[in-house]
Design a protein around this ligand. Structure first.
Ligand SMILES: *Cc1c(COP(=O)(O)O)cnc(C)c1O
Length: 384
């Protein structure tokens, strides 16, 4: 009877911890920062923190971190050049929920609209459009992953009698391409489509978009109506999280009061994670905008280094402007597995802030060994 517990609970946890530590040591292919330290926040794990309700409204449940949540939203609203008197948002479970929310507001504003999104759009968007049951059209992508504006214009023209919801991406998943929001705004203006809404999915690049030189158009002043980011990507968090920022005036049109919580039911989920708010707030307080800028500079430098090193091996490595993602032809299965490299038609390395030049050097060494292995049989054949 006792035999089933050969390994005790604590042993299982130790083994799991070791496995997770090992798995997170090498990865280069996913946009996740690992250089955080939230140990000063441990005591907060003793409390059932729950941020249910609208963070900008009073609620009867007081074990919450709404005040910090408002500061997190305001931090990004400022970074995204939102109107200081007309912004709103909340901390979500991640970029996917933030995208769902943006599309939700858009559909409530324009129930008869059509959504336009590009081939390179994140998979969460297709699912969200399906959930919301909005008709949609896929727009072609250019070779670099950016939306094909000519295709967008042609397609919009065919449907110009309908309101348009444009889902732009600021940092596509594979190539970190950025759709130009002001160019899209210009197309809408030119076609005289007045009923339109632009949601910018900036899950990855939104956290450093404000620091790009030259500037790239993605924020509220450029024409976005809502912007989403993921908190566990560039900033880093032990729990996945995200932020959605929009205009308060837009939220007001979908707000409904709920007496049970004494607040407004303006968020997708009821109970909401109050701990991830603490993590984000803590990280932003520690770094500030300047710290984020420095993190971005570091990532840019490492990406440049990675491109140079790969090119020295004769590998055709490239990046979109201002991107911290290095794109190159598909690698071997062994390398892909070892470094957890996401691969579609190409492979990429994302130089997140925790990735260093030493990290790249180790990868390059493996890449070299791998190239030699692949070439051996070819030499043998030639020898005969
Ligand atoms: C990661 C990502 C998402 C999804 O974000 P989650 O936080 O994983 O839900 C959406 N869009 C883009 C472009 C992303 O990179």
């Amino acid at each position: 009877m006792e035999q089933h517990s050969v390994t005790s609970g604590p042993q299982r946890l130790d083994a799991l911890k070791a496995k997770i530590r090992e798995a997170s040591a090498l990865f280069l292919g996913y946009p996740v920062s690992k250089d955080f330290d939230y140990t000063p926040l441990y005591d907060f794990l003793k409390y059932p923190i729950n941020n249910l309700g609208d963070p900008f409204e009073d609620s009867t449940y007081k074990v919450q971190t709404h005040e910090l949540e408002r500061e997190v939203v305001s931090f990004f609203a400022k970074l995204f050049r939102a109107n200081p008197k007309d912004h709103w948002g909340y901390v979500t479970n991640g970029g996917s929920e933030s995208n769902l929310y943006g599309l939700y507001i858009a559909r409530e504003l324009y129930p008869k609209a059509m959504v336009y999104y590009s081939e390179s759009t994140h998979y969460s968007v297709k699912k969200n459009i399906h959930l919301l049951n909005i008709p949609s059209i896929v727009i072609r992508s250019q070779e670099n992953g950016e939306m094909d504006y000519e295709d967008l214009e042609r397609t919009l023209q065919f449907n110009r009698h309908k309101p348009a919801i444009i889902l732009t991406t600021f940092g596509t998943t594979m190539k970190e391409a950025k759709d130009d929001v002001s160019k899209i705004k210009g197309i809408l203006r030119q076609l005289a489509i007045q009923d339109h809404y632009i949601h910018c999915d900036a899950a990855l690049s939104g956290s450093y978009g404000a620091f790009m030189e030259p500037r790239q158009a993605f924020d509220f002043q450029d024409g976005a109506d809502s912007i989403s980011i993921s908190g566990h990507k560039f900033i880093g968090s032990p729990i996945p999280c995200g932020v959605l920022v929009t205009k308060r005036s837009l939220r007001d049109r979908i707000a409904k009061g709920v007496s049970y919580i004494g607040s407004l039911d303006t968020t997708i989920t009821g109970s909401r994670n109050g701990h991830s708010v603490l993590f984000l707030w803590y990280a932003l307080k520690a770094m500030g905008a300047e710290g984020l800028r420095r993190r971005y500079q570091h990532s840019l430098e490492v990406a440049q280094y990675c491109r140079t090193k790969l090119r020295e091996l004769g590998v055709d490595a490239w990046s979109n402007e201002g991107a911290i993602t290095v794109v190159f032809p598909k690698t071997s299965e062994a390398l892909k597995r070892k470094y957890q490299l996401a691969t579609e038609d190409v492979t990429h390395i994302i130089c997140m802030p925790n990735v260093t030049k030493a990290h790249i050097d180790a990868f390059i060494e493996d890449y070299k060994t791998d190239m030699e292995k692949v070439q051996e049989p070819v030499f043998e054949e030639l020898a005969f």
